[in-house]
Design a protein around this ligand. Structure first.
Ligand SMILES: [Zn+2]
Length: 151
């Protein structure tokens, strides 16, 4: 069993257990997943990104700030200022990071232990993977999602 951090189109975050990654894909494809808060069927895995250690920052300032995550109570309306911050953070991550998909935990670990080129990455991780990374001193956090990205 694996547990994924999920997020619906309205930004509600929740966790769900699946037999496997394939079981998750299958349930999404068949429309069997729904948000526990609002019932929306537009569900995706929350993307995770590691915090960049202070000593290795090379450019940009967006990573200096903690990444805001949208509280459940926002619904579809995020304050304009917050949307702008989220947009900039996400753009910064996309411009400066490699998408590594479900190899996220493995790559974050390799970079942390300097077995892989030091760079920004983002991708998908299970709750368990995120917890293990944190146990090893590798901070990861979910990337906030914009309401306009809902489909
Ligand atoms: Zn929802």
């Amino acid at each position: 069993m694996i547990r994924f951090a999920l997020r619906c189109q309205r930004g509600h975050e929740f966790e769900a257990w699946f037999r496997s990654g394939d079981a998750y894909d299958d349930q999404v494809a068949r429309g069997l997943l729904a948000c526990a808060n609002c019932g929306s069927g537009a569900i995706e895995k929350a993307l995770m990104a590691p915090s960049v250690p202070a000593s290795t920052r090379t450019k940009g300032k967006a990573v200096d700030r903690p990444v805001p995550s949208a509280p459940d109570s926002f619904g579809t309306q995020l304050p304009a200022g917050l949307v702008e911050v989220i947009r900039k953070v996400r753009q910064h991550v996309r411009d400066n990071s490699d998408y590594v998909g479900d190899r996220f935990a493995e790559e974050a670990r390799r970079i942390h232990y300097e077995e892989s080129e030091r760079r920004g990455i983002y991708g998908e991780a299970t709750i368990e993977q995120a917890r293990q990374l944190r146990d090893e001193g590798i901070e990861v956090h979910p990337l906030p999602k914009l309401p306009e990205e809902a489909n």
